[in-house]
Write a protein that binds this ligand. Structure first.
Ligand code: N01
Length: 488
């Protein structure tokens, strides 16, 4: 029974990024129309809506970083910029009939399973809802994280996170700091270096950088993609196979030494100053952190107005950053390219299962889920891009689509057999998590000698799928015996 005053839907999807929009498309294609997508923002696109920093682009080739069922002959480049990717998600949401299902400006702040009604109760500032099935599509990289440096509130200039770019902040000719050297920073630095007066780049760990070799698609290629779709499909297959083969290196760190030599040659070629080169030389095995692809990061660092600061940050003061060597870096603006809450997603505190415990309480800092999607004790909850579904070597869209097939399997079970609840058998889930943990041993992610956001506070890899995407696609099928299914 619905709570008085609350609206009931069969499936509630939270988040309208690639995974939420993809879920909505696949539901409609499967003939399921009783669903709502709750989106806290005012348009679709998720991270591609939120990340608008200069230089923002995908570091996976666009023909692979797109839905398999919606090829896009319009991509302008191999690695398309953020605006094009956002347009693509918008277009998919519109053309596949998703938009009428989306409630924009509807944040869901609390979700609790009600064992009496066997429904999810959803609360948000815009009202209360109930749902039979809750699909969490909030994404792993949606909550910006800024370290709590001493005196952070003292700095008087503009300071913002890369994913909350302030287009009005005056950077031209100014003294600007970028803190962090991850995938976001290496895209920002080359784009702002030409505009700012001085750029201080605070590097805690030197990343591995390989050439991106981006290029624009020629008009003839785009015509071919449009008129002979098989050509784009073949390109996608080629890219897919190339990325899949990379997993061998990630699983066998010794292979990565070969790639490291290529990366070091690239560093030598790009940076003449031997001292700077030495400071840019990574000290862990390539692949342990996300491998960064850039054609213009090193050249930007070699410019006279850029200083690489490898000392840590001691504190902030009103006019800048004081490093751990006691040097004051006077600044007009600070850009935090310091990443996201990943292994400890804030939403986990607000999703409560049968026992009343939240996901965060059950996970205790180390998220786990059967097939990265469902959690014992949380009936009818489906996590898109959940624990151990991330990738270090290929396109997340592949994992999302595989998860969506699993979701359809769960929904078929519920709808076809008049079941009311589905959740993984705790023993099956535990065995699965054990396999994941064993599968991750010896890989570059766990044995590569770095601290990355792939590892959680317990040191476990709770983020990445440790095998090929093909292995996940084969595995992510609904097997009834692995679940506890309850009838009416
Ligand atoms: O964040 P990150 P990101 N003092 O967590 C540093 C995806 N993405 O936004 O390496 C000083 O990777 C931290 O230092 P260290 C992609 O999956 C995709 O760049 O931990 N520095 C690091 O350098 C990516 O992996 C695209 O020592 C501190 C940086 O901040 C993910 O998003 C583009 C610090 C954080 O790097 C996140 O990337 C962009 C401190 N206290 C992003 N704390 C695509 O192209 C942290 N740092 C698809």
């Amino acid at each position: 029974m619905a709570r008085s005053g609350s609206e009931h839907v069969h499936v509630a999807i939270v988040g309208a990024g690639f995974s939420g929009v993809g879920a909505a498309i696949r539901l409609r294609q499967a003939g399921i129309h009783d669903f709502v997508v709750f989106e806290r923002g005012d348009e679709v696109g998720g991270v591609w809506r939120d990340n608008r920093y200069p230089g923002c682009a995908c570091d996976v080739e666009s023909p692979l970083y797109s839905y398999s069922f919606a090829p896009n002959p319009e991509w302008s480049r191999m690695f398309s910029p953020q605006g094009e990717i956002l347009d693509y998600v918008r277009r998919c949401a519109s053309e596949f009939g998703v938009l009428p299902h989306v409630r924009f400006g509807h944040a869901i702040s609390e979700a609790a399973w009600n064992p009496a009604t066997k429904r999810w109760q959803l609360d948000g500032p815009r009202g209360q809802f109930t749902a039979d099935v809750l699909v969490a599509g909030m994404g792993a990289l949606s909550e910006p994280w800024v370290p709590g440096f001493r005196g952070i509130e003292r700095f008087e200039g503009p300071a913002f996170h890369s994913a909350r770019w302030d287009p009005d902040a005056a950077l031209d000719g100014q003294r600007v700091a970028v803190v962090g050297t991850g995938a976001s920073a290496i895209q920002i630095v080359p784009r702002i270096q030409q505009r700012v007066g001085q750029l201080r780049l605070f590097q805690r760990t030197a990343p591995w950088v390989l050439p991106r070799r981006d290029r624009a698609f020629k008009p003839v290629e785009r015509q071919l993609f449009a008129n002979l779709p098989i050509t784009q499909k073949l390109l996608r297959v080629g890219l897919y196979l190339r990325h899949e083969s990379l997993v061998l290196g990630f699983r066998n760190p010794s292979i990565m030494r070969v790639v490291q030599r290529q990366a070091l040659r690239y560093l030598h070629h790009q940076i003449e100053d031997p001292q700077l080169r030495e400071r840019l030389r990574p000290d862990f095995t390539l692949g342990c952190k996300r491998v960064l692809l850039s054609d213009d990061y090193y050249p930007a660092l070699a410019q006279d107005n850029v200083e690489l600061v490898s000392a840590g940050i001691r504190e902030l003061v009103s006019n800048g950053i004081v490093d751990t060597e006691g040097r004051l870096h006077e600044l007009d603006a600070i850009i935090w390219a310091t990443g996201f809450h990943v292994a400890n997603p804030p939403f986990a505190k607000h999703v409560r299962g049968r026992s009343g415990e939240s996901l965060a309480e059950v996970w205790r800092g180390s998220p786990t889920a059967h097939l990265g999607s469902m959690v014992a004790g949380f009936p009818n909850l489906f996590l898109l891009t959940g624990p151990n579904t991330g990738l270090g070597h290929s396109s997340m869209l592949l994992m999302i689509e595989a998860q969506l097939e699993l979701l359809l399997g769960v929904l078929r079970e519920l709808d076809g057999r008049e079941a009311v609840t589905v959740e993984p058998d705790p023993a099956v889930q535990a065995r699965y998590v054990d396999q994941i943990d064993r599968g991750g041993k010896g890989t570059v992610w766990t044995a590569g000698g770095c601290a990355s956001w792939y590892l959680d506070q317990t040191g476990r890899n709770s983020t990445l799928w440790p095998w090929s995407t093909h292995a996940y696609m084969r595995r992510a099928k609904f097997e009834r015996g692995d679940y506890v299914v309850d009838g009416v």
